[in-house]
Design a protein around this ligand. Structure first.
Ligand SMILES: [Zn+2]
Length: 156
């Protein structure tokens, strides 16, 4: 399980190696994504709190990167933080996410990105619930919910 110490280590000493890399030009991303998805993931934007479609959804499934479809989080580690953004306590695998110290807006925060395509996801904070103590605060627009697991259960 990752803790704040690991996050700081990654953001200072370098990130874990991803399973694969997806690299595209700005023009290709623009073509693939909606304007809002592009603004958030490729230009480090933030959606308005409580505006995201995945904010109050707790269906079973995996949350995949909207840019490259890599699994980032799953529904078992999602929790209601009250922040207005989808919140998680851990990534789906330790190397799914990339961390970067972000000193914009006069604050020091840790930015989280997709480790496969460098898409901006949101930030991680050390004020989450035990045992990890982490709160990944992620834009809905950066992810899509893959609820195949649930569809499969309904088939029975
Ligand atoms: Zn990605």
């Amino acid at each position: 399980m990752l803790t704040w110490k690991d996050i700081i280590k990654y953001s200072v000493n370098g990130n874990p190696t991803p399973n694969r890399r997806v690299e595209k030009t700005e023009a290709e991303w623009r073509q693939q994504l909606t304007l809002e998805q592009y603004r958030i993931t490729r230009q480090k934007g933030t959606e308005r709190p409580h505006s995201g479609a995945l904010c109050s959804i707790y269906d079973e499934g995996q949350y995949n990167c909207i840019c490259c479809d890599t699994p980032l989080f799953d529904s078992t580690i999602k929790f209601e933080s009250g922040s207005g953004w989808p919140s998680f306590t851990q990534p789906i695998t330790p190397n799914a996410i990339k961390y970067h110290k972000d000193s914009s807006f006069g604050m020091v925060r840790v930015e989280v990105m997709c480790n496969t395509c460098d898409g901006h996801l949101g930030h991680v904070f050390p004020d989450g619930p035990a045992p990890s103590g982490l709160r990944y605060c992620i834009n809905s627009e950066s992810m899509q919910l893959d609820s195949k697991i649930e569809e499969h259960n309904n088939d029975k």
